[in-house]
Write a protein of this length. Structure first.
Length: 522
């Protein structure tokens, strides 16, 4: 405790004032992103470990206290380059509604301000603690979805192999394991992501403290990914084995959560054993850390430049002024007008050509989660008794956490596996070409073909990246970020060729798009 007060006293009043002023203006500027991060993202079980990351950062910084104390500060304009990039990332995230851009922007701004005011030498000392802060941000959706889908499939495959090795009858279809007497669904909570991220953070910390060659540290970190998948597959297999004796309670509730925690804890000695083995390979790794500590203790603290005159330092004034201006503009200038649909979706016709529709309603929990302004969900049926599900979600304006999402997110979350995916392009009845996403999906033996696209202010887009970039541009130039998601699905019936389902889906799309265009603003 005495050491803490000793080093805190080394920071002069002007230094405290600069630090507090930066902290306040950054917190105000990124308030909505920080609120979302702490109250929503960290509240998810996959990222609950992130609550510990700030404390890990402070501990790592405390370990560097001697080096920081003897290294003189040297303000540098070089830090202004990443600072400008961080501000641009803020506006990209703010106007496009992309939270990950805001998170990276916040990190860049903090690092660049430290660089501008303390200098590159101190930034190098704080490099790893600053890097570990990146692990408190959730992955962007396009990475998250790919990891979830692949880990879910791999975990299920290995889990089935282990069950078969044990002697049980087990078969896999998508993310469903058929045990004969019951079926187990490997949902996102069991996909392995819950273990990959905290294990990755743990392996990074172990590699940081591991006094070994760089390649050994890299091997240690990379090994955490397959390790997390393997132990999760063991958990799936054990659940299947115990299910036959104990029933459904082993696959849910306390036991399910406790078994996951227990298996995660068992991976720690595995990583430590791996470190021991890596230590035995190759030449002896030299240990220089103790020499560094002795060298640090042998130097007197450097003369501090933190005095009242430093408040007039150009780097400080430039940083605080630009962030304050960003805060004021983002809260006073309205970049988004709310553009309603041309006609309410309640007026959408239930009969389109040969298709007769039945309106469907969405559960309130999903309506609250998706934050759309209006939606329509209709199940249309033709004279042959064949169905097409038509769904549109419309947003008057899109902002952080209130923007259109992709079926590539929600369909895998519901257990659907993307067996084929790509782009479909065909002519509408008026001769115009329509380009859509096309996916052939399956779950529990059910096959479906789906088209989905994003009508955005007169454009038809097929990726969320396009949606974000055009939302950013249109917010600047047109003060509009309204847009919609259109999703059309038809099942593949028994003894039906996929070409028949494709023909049915395209035929319906050609008829419904002109009607939909009357409702969506351009």
């Amino acid at each position: 405790m005495n050491d803490i007060f000793k080093y805190l006293k080394m920071i002069k009043p002007a230094g405290w004032l600069k630090g507090i002023s930066f902290a306040l203006v950054i917190a105000a500027t990124y308030y909505t992103a920080l609120k979302r991060l702490v109250l929503h993202d960290w509240a998810m079980e996959d990222y609950s470990h992130c609550y510990l990351i700030p404390f890990v950062f402070l501990y790592l910084l405390w370990e560097k206290r001697r080096e920081l104390a003897i290294t003189p500060s040297a303000a540098s304009w070089l830090g202004f380059i990443p600072f400008v990039f961080g501000i641009l990332m803020f506006w990209l995230g703010e106007l496009s509604g992309e939270l990950f851009s805001l998170y990276i922007s916040m990190w860049l701004v903090v690092v660049s301000l430290l660089w501008m005011n303390l200098g590159w030498r101190k930034i190098k000392i704080m490099a790893f603690p600053l890097f570990i802060l990146l692990t408190m941000f959730p992955f962007p959706n396009f990475i998250n979805n790919r990891i979830l889908l692949n880990l879910k499939i791999v975990s299920t495959q290995i889990g089935v192999a282990l069950l078969q090795l044990y002697g049980m009858s087990a078969y896999r279809e998508g993310n469903i394991i058929d045990l004969g007497f019951t079926q187990l669904q490997v949902v996102d909570a069991c996909s392995g992501l819950r273990y990959v991220i905290p294990l990755l953070v743990l392996s990074l910390l172990l590699a940081y403290w591991f006094k070994a060659a760089l390649w050994k540290r890299i091997v240690l970190v990379l090994s955490s990914i397959p390790l997390s998948v393997i132990v999760n597959s063991m958990r799936i297999a054990i659940t299947g084995i115990l299910y036959s004796s104990w029933g459904a309670q082993v696959a849910e509730g306390f036991f399910h959560g406790f078994s996951g925690w227990l298996i995660f804890m068992l991976t720690i000695p595995v990583l430590l054993a791996e470190m021991w083995l890596l230590k035995k390979i190759g030449k002896r790794d030299y240990e220089k850390e103790e020499d560094l500590k002795l060298a640090a203790d042998s130097f007197p603290p450097a003369e501090k430049a933190n005095n009242w005159k430093s408040l007039l330092q150009p780097m400080y004034l430039a940083g605080i002024s630009i962030i304050a201006a960003t805060l004021v503009i983002s809260h006073t200038v309205e970049f988004r007008e709310k553009i309603p649909v041309n006609k309410s979706f309640t007026q959408f016709p239930l009969k389109i050509g040969e298709w007769q529709g039945t309106s469907q309603t969405m559960d309130k929990e999903f309506i609250d989660l998706l934050h759309f302004t209006d939606y329509i969900m209709v199940n249309y049926r033709n004279g042959k008794g064949q169905d097409v599900e038509f769904y549109v979600a419309y947003y008057e304006s899109q902002s952080k956490a209130r923007a259109t999402h992709s079926p590539e997110t929600c369909l895998p979350g519901g257990g659907w596996t993307f067996e084929q995916s790509g782009i479909a392009k065909f002519a509408l009845n008026n001769g115009q070409m329509l380009q859509t996403n096309r996916a052939f999906i399956g779950k529990s033996g059910v096959k479906q073909l789906t088209y989905f696209w994003f009508p955005q202010r007169g454009r038809v887009l097929t990726s969320l990246t396009q949606v974000k970039l055009y939302s950013f541009w249109d917010a600047l130039t047109r003060q509009r970020t309204d847009g919609a998601l259109v999703r059309i699905i038809t099942p593949l019936y028994p003894h039906e060729d996929i070409k028949e389902a494709e023909s049915r889906l395209q035929g319906f799309t050609k008829q419904v798009v002109p009607v939909l265009n009357e409702f969506l603003p351009r």
